[in-house]
Ligand binder design. Structure first.
Ligand SMILES: [Fe+2]
Ligand SMILES: [Fe+2]
Length: 341
């Protein structure tokens, strides 16, 4: 048996053994807790085998430990394997749902601290986390986990994009007077808005140059593909509208239908702005993203007439730190003025 290693307890973080997938290789060490210390279980680069999994299961191991200094490597490993675990019907739904929630919240945390102003404190984070809990609980039922597993497995970057869109969309939606149920629906729409891209070939999604007109046409089928993919899920019409119409424009130049987007529900217009803003700050695969300032300027100048100006105005308020801190806070009334009802 390997010897017990004396490293301070807080140098480790605990993960579920279900996060270690058989037949994969982790670029990090895994420890077990034993006799008040930590025992090295697998080495960096060692393959996790079904035997490892079985031994842990038989010993009733509920937590394994990874060194904090290797957390970036562990995160990368999870990103690479998460799609497969969520789609794995052999694993209990509860465990998969827990992992799905944890990963989603960690992306929300990153977006929250890096991309929103500091005035959005812990209370606001807790609120968004509650919405995410509602969304992930819903998506953990029926076909949901397989669908998001497909999305994550197809392109993890796309999933991160979807969660970032969720954070911006919820921050905007909050400035309207809507109930919690609508916020969760909006979050679901944001998580699923690009799910149709799972049936667009990966080479097109990952092409590091501008797309040819033909590839663009294929990419533009994703809203319709997404709506078709989700038709069997018990989603509301609002959520399906978000999936189908998030690329429509106010001036009718969008797709798939080319209808004038001001006639679309608020949730669709909000996700459309959050999506465009996220794409502008992240940048396409062939170039760096814009700063928040330049992205907002692009939304109101370069894309003038394309998106709902009131939604853009509210995004500006959100990002400037106004209209966020709850009822009665400075900016809140301003944000409500001109609301669309
Ligand atoms: Fe899209
Ligand atoms: Fe998108």
């Amino acid at each position: 048996m390997a010897e017990t290693i004396r490293i301070p307890e807080d140098a480790y973080f605990a993960v579920s053994p279900l996060m270690l997938f058989a037949h994969t290789q982790g670029n990090f060490e895994v420890y077990l807790r034993q006799d008040g210390g930590f025992v090295l279980y697998t080495r960096t680069g060692e393959q996790f085998t079904p035997a490892h999994k079985r031994t842990m299961h038989e010993a009733g191991v509920r937590e394994v430990f990874v060194l904090r200094e290797q957390s970036a490597r562990f995160r990368r490993y999870v990103e690479e394997n998460l799609g497969a675990i969520l789609a794995n019907e052999d694993l209990p739904v509860r465990e998969r749902a827990g992992i799905f929630y944890d990963v989603s919240v960690s992306i929300v945390r990153q977006a929250f601290t890096r991309r929103l102003p500091e005035v959005m404190g812990e209370a606001e984070f807790a609120r968004i986390r509650r919405m995410v809990r509602g969304c992930t609980a819903f998506l953990s039922r029926g076909e949901g986990l397989r669908a998001v597993g497909g999305l994550i497995g197809h392109d993890y970057k796309l999933y991160r994009h979807s969660i970032n869109v969720l954070v911006f969309a919820l921050a905007i939606m909050r400035t309207y007077e809507v109930d919690e149920e609508s916020l969760v629906e909006c979050g679901l729409g944001a998580i699923l808005h690009d799910i149709g891209k799972t049936s667009v070939p990966r080479e097109i999604l990952e092409r590091p140059v501008k797309l040819s007109p033909r590839d663009k046409d294929i990419l533009r089928t994703h809203p319709v593909r997404g709506a078709a993919l989700c038709a069997g899920m018990p989603l509301s019409g609002e959520v399906l509208n978000v999936i189908l119409f998030h690329h429509e424009k106010q001036d009718g130049s969008g797709y798939p239908s080319g209808i004038a987007a001001q006639s679309l529900p608020l949730m669709v217009r909000v996700v459309a702005v959050a999506d465009k803003y996220e794409n502008l700050i992240s940048g396409p695969r062939w170039q760096a993203g814009l700063s928040p300032f330049l992205a907002l300027r692009a939304l109101s100048e370069r894309y003038k007439g394309k998106y709902d100006p009131d939604v853009i105005r509210r995004l500006v308020l959100v990002l400037s730190g106004a209209g966020l801190a709850g009822k009665g806070a400075p900016g809140q009334d301003e944000a409500r003025e001109g609301g669309q009802g």
